[in-house]
Design a protein around this ligand. Structure first.
Ligand code: B12
Length: 269
């Protein structure tokens, strides 16, 4: 494909993503992501590959390491809003992943079918878990211009604050990046998110530039304590109660993970 075909295809892909239900979408270059914060930090992080939200790797990956498909040149990242008034979008029904995640999976599945039928482009749908071949979605989204990494360590978007969930696919062509942008709302609110954390997970410096050889650190300044946050997630699992859920013929355990750092963020209200 020549450059003008690539530009036309990339605009058409963003339009299609929107038509399929993505609230935000953008492109990042794989070469830029290889050196982005989470990609370089995670393999050095104590406890990488452990805790809630991680799986056993069947890909011979070291903890925290990402497997890039050989043909991947660009990433398309999509975001779907998880509004406050629809908390059930984020709930786990037994072992069944949240309804909001299914929306994201369906959009990317449809794009993976439509793109090669429409253009000479080979797509690849990244799984969610890094251990299973996924990528670090917040950094990908920040590099694609969807928002910035906030002081709550989440992707914060101008439109919805951090109340979005993410999914990504790879393309085998080099599409111009749509980010990063200079969006930076976090100097203005006095750390509402950090002060609201029920576990005080932002209470002390966990990671320093000196020790880890990089200045881009969790929650920007190395204060996000992942093991402490993980304790809250374990607590949420332990507190899950059997409830009746739509589409379930008998009561099912519903896990409602903590979202305080997300819900308290004033951006995008
Ligand atoms: C493992 C995991 C967890 C673990 C550990 C979290 C963590 N951040 O490490 C636990 C279970 C504790 C957890 C908790 C939560 N998670 Co979680 N989690 C993941 C998962 C699977 C991988 C994250 C990871 O390991 N990152 C690696 C570490 C090293 O990176 P990091 O902590 O983010 O730190 C890096 C960035 O801050 C970056 N950075 C800092 N500044 C800048 C600046 C720029 C420009 C760039 C590019 C990067 C950058 O550099 C740091 C490294 O040095 C992702 C899905 C995915 N595939 O990405 C979801 C994901 C991050 N989680 C998500 C959510 C929603 C949550 C929770 C709110 C719980 C919930 N209700 O789901 C909390 C929020 C915790 C928090 N404040 O960070 C969403 C975030 C959406 C968003 N708007 O950001 C994701 C993307 C999943 C999704 N469905 O969309 N999670």
């Amino acid at each position: 494909m020549n450059q003008s075909d690539i530009i036309a295809a990339s605009s058409a892909i963003l339009r299609k993503a929107k038509n399929l239900g993505a609230h935000l979408s953008g492109f990042a270059a794989v070469d830029d992501l290889r050196t982005a914060g989470a990609f370089t930090f995670a393999p050095k992080m104590p406890g990488a590959g452990q805790g809630v939200g991680t799986r056993e790797s069947d890909m011979e990956l070291n903890p925290g390491e990402v497997n890039w498909p050989d043909h991947a040149r660009s990433i398309l990242v999509i975001a779907v809003e998880h509004p406050r008034e629809k908390p059930e979008m984020d709930w786990w029904f037994g072992r069944i992943s949240p309804p909001g995640n299914k929306i994201l999976v369906n959009i990317v599945n449809e794009l993976c079918e439509w793109i090669p039928n429409t253009f000479e482009i080979k797509p690849f749908h990244f799984p969610y878990h890094v251990e299973k071949g996924g990528i670090y979605l917040k950094d990908a989204a920040a590099m694609a211009g969807l928002g910035c990494i906030g002081r709550n360590n989440m992707l914060v978007t101008p439109e919805f604050g951090p109340r979005v969930r993410l999914r990504a696919m790879a393309l085998d062509i080099a599409v111009p990046s749509t980010g990063p942008t200079g969006f930076n709302p976090c100097s203005q609110c006095g750390d509402i998110c950090r002060n609201a954390c029920p576990q005080n997970a932002f209470g002390k410096t966990m990671y320093t530039a000196r020790k880890y050889g990089q200045t881009v650190l969790p929650a920007r300044d190395g204060t996000y304590a992942r093991p402490t946050c993980n304790q809250q997630m374990e607590k949420n699992i332990a507190l899950a109660k059997e409830e009746s859920g739509q589409g379930f013929d008998k009561p099912v355990k519903i896990i409602k993970y903590c979202r305080v750092c997300e819900q308290s963020c004033p951006v995008g209200k």
